[in-house]
Design a protein around this ligand. Structure first.
Ligand code: GZL
Length: 322
């Protein structure tokens, strides 16, 4: 092929364009600032793994901050992401309220905010683009429905005495799982919540509060409703140390569907877990890319989930991803 001066010039211009800042900009990886609640439960650990794996696979630069379950740490992290001018801020809010000010700062900085896992209660819902997560009220309803249909432990007069381990005070899952459960068991006045207290979604606190419930109510307790599997697993230890058989003397209903819950069900110590998927990473990366590309995204993206009673635990366990 004859290289004329014109061909060489055209090739040089093309080469220059290829290295131009515009092209470089197009290839610039998305930068997401993510503020995580903490590392309080198996569920949270799996959620963090899902987000980090998905970021790596998507070629996203992830700035990840663990708030150790403190709202002030999440506010600090969001302010730091604003200062770093990230492309997108995403977070799982530890509690529902107290976000208006910092989210207004993100809006002023023109940085889109995506909620994952938990919702916020704000005066202006343009402060976030979308909320990707479970329907916690529905999870509470599913727990209540299973209990109404399967309760076998009851007092001589037929009353079903329930103790409740609530999640983190003020958090969306704690508020909504309580709401959904109470809504459903109201159908049968024999079902009574006799004690209810937060175990902060952790095994240690779940055990500690269950010990207090057992000291106060003893064999009167027919059912434990735990807002997550980690608290249920902690409570199982307390029930055994009190000389009772978890899953037999006390029916245990829980939420999340982590591997530890399946192991407890296979050991006959837990009766059912309502699934709450932590595997939100891939959806988050896709939605973040769509937001930056100015594509329309729904205001609410709900994860689809099931209910896993002990009878199917062994069959389902090999399929579990978290
Ligand atoms: C639910 C999530 C809750 C889990 C707990 O989406 O926010 O927080 O149920 C976790 O295990 O600690």
């Amino acid at each position: 092929m004859k290289f004329t001066r014109r061909t060489i010039l055209a090739t040089a211009i093309l080469a220059a364009c290829a290295a131009s800042p515009l092209t470089a900009l197009a290839a610039k990886p998305l930068v997401i600032g993510f503020s995580q609640v903490g590392a309080e439960s198996e569920w949270r650990t799996a959620n963090t793994v899902s987000i980090k794996d998905a970021a790596r696979k998507a070629g996203v630069t992830l700035k990840f901050a663990d708030a150790q379950q403190k709202q002030e740490n999440q506010v600090k992290a969001i302010r730091s992401f604003i200062a770093q001018k990230v492309d997108v801020i995403a977070f799982s809010p530890v509690v529902e309220s107290g976000w208006d000010t910092v989210l207004r700062e993100a809006k002023a900085a023109k940085i889109p905010v995506i909620l994952t896992d938990r919702a916020v209660s704000v005066t202006d819902d343009t402060l976030y683009v979308t909320f990707i997560g479970s329907d916690f009220v529905e999870e509470g309803r599913r727990a209540g429905k299973w209990l109404l249909e399967h309760a076998k432990n009851a007092a001589p007069d037929g009353t079903v005495n329930i103790v409740e381990l609530q999640g983190t005070v003020g958090s969306a899952p704690a508020i909504d799982r309580k709401k959904g459960f109470e809504e459903v068991i109201a159908a049968n006045p024999k079902f009574k919540i006799i004690r209810s207290q937060t175990g902060d979604f952790t095994r240690a606190k779940g055990k500690e509060v269950m010990e207090a419930f057992l000291k106060a109510e003893g064999k009167k307790i027919n059912v434990l409703y735990a807002h997550n599997d980690d608290m249920a697993i902690g409570a199982i230890q307390a029930i055994e140390e009190a000389g009772l058989k978890p899953g037999v003397d006390i029916t245990i209903v829980s939420i999340d569907g982590v591997k530890g819950a399946f192991e407890a069900m296979m050991a006959g110590k837990l009766n059912v877990t309502v699934e709450c998927s932590p595997l939100l990473g891939p959806q988050l990366m896709q939605i973040a890319a769509d937001v930056v590309a100015a594509k329309p995204v729904p205001k609410r993206i709900t994860t689809q989930e099931g209910v896993f009673p002990a009878e199917i635990a062994a069959r389902e366990f090999p399929n579990r991803k978290y």
